[in-house]
Each structure stands twice: as C-alpha cells, then as structure tokens.
Design a protein around this ligand. Structure first.
Ligand code: HEC
Length: 156
C-alpha cells in the first residue's frame, strides 16, 4: 500500500515536472514569462483599482499586500525574458512586443525605473486609507501606459 502510494506520487511529480519544463505549451518561454509578469502587475493593480472605484471595500492589509507585490515585481531581474529576437517581428501573433523596445534609443528601462519609483510611493501610503491610494495609483498607471504606447501593439 505504501509502495503503491509512493508510485502514484512519483507519477504525479513526473507529470507535473514535464509540464513545467515544457512551459505548459509550445510557446516561446521568454514571451510566456513576460506575459506572466505583466499579468501579475495587472492582478495587483486591479485589486487596488477596485478599492479606489468603490467596487470593493477598502482593506488595508490587502491594499498593502498588493502594493508590496508590485514593488517586488519591479525588483525582479527580467533580463532573461526581455530579449531581442522574441518580438512580434520574429514571432508574429504570439507576442505584442514591438522591436523598438530593444532598439537603440529605447526608453523602456527608464520607464521601468519610473514604475519602480511609483510603486514604492504607492506602497508607502497603501495602508493609509482609500483616499491615499487614489492619487498614488495615477503615476503607476501612467508608467504602464508610457511603456505600452510605444512598445506594445495595441489591440484593435
Ligand atoms: C517597460 C515596459 C512596460 C511596462 C513598464 C509595463 N508593461 Fe505591460 N507590457 C509591455 C509589453 C511590451 C507587453 C507585451 C508583451 C508581449 O506580448 O510579449 C505588455 C503586456 C501587458 C499585458 C498583457 C499580457 C498578456 O498576457 O498578453 C498586461 C495585462 C500588462 N502589460 C499590464 C501592465 C501593467 C498593469 C503595468 C504597470 C503596472 C505594465 N504592464 C507595465 C510593456 C510594459
């Protein structure tokens, strides 16, 4: 019985591991990773946005956690998934990243720095009430848009 359980467990672990190594699908791993990074930004921003818009009750702990998550995200080393050769020009519909993000004169890094500063400012006031979050959320959203406008294909 114990042996069977162990066998079943190993099979599960093996299956999970092979899915993980395959990335779950055949897409480019750099694209998958950066989209996931963006989705976690969006997830946390939505939590805060819902509180500001009155779609959710203000919860200081939840607001602080979401803001802290955004700070942490900006501190991750993203260099393995923002790489030339993985843009819409090479991979087509799989990615909305425009080649300009990797070309000389790209302001992406600078905008990333602005986002990092804006999330730190947001985290500093996230526990101070919903009226404190609203104004701090503006510069965060502006940094997202500042990068999407020049470097991401817009959805029509
Ligand atoms: C430095 C540039 C940059 C910044 C800053 C940035 N983004 Fe993005 N974002 C992109 C690019 C480029 C893509 C397209 C990714 C792809 O398809 O390869 C993208 C894609 C996305 C997507 C779609 C992901 C998917 O699954 O296709 C979401 C959602 C998103 N960003 C949200 C945000 C939010 C929210 C912020 C701010 C908190 C933000 N982004 C900040 C460049 C940026």
């Amino acid at each position: 019985m114990k042996f069977l359980l162990t066998l079943a467990l190993s099979a599960t672990i093996a299956a999970t591991a092979s899915t993980a190594f395959a990335g779950g699908h055949d897409g480019n791993p750099a694209v998958t990773a950066r989209k996931a990074h963006m989705q976690i930004y969006q997830h946390n921003l939505t939590i805060l946005g819902n509180m500001v818009r009155g779609n959710a009750d203000y919860d200081a702990a939840a607001a602080q956690a979401a803001a802290d998550n955004m700070v942490i995200l900006t501190t991750l080393n993203q260099s393995t998934y923002w790489i030339p050769g993985t843009t819409n020009a090479e991979l087509g519909d799989e990615t909305r990243t425009l080649p300009a993000i990797f070309e000389s004169g790209s302001t992406a890094r600078e905008i990333g720095g602005q986002l990092a500063a804006a999330t730190v400012a947001l985290a500093a006031v996230a526990s101070d009430g919903v009226e404190a979050i609203g104004p701090a959320l503006g510069p965060v959203g502006a940094s997202c848009t500042a990068c999407h406008r020049p470097y991401r294909i817009s959805r029509n």
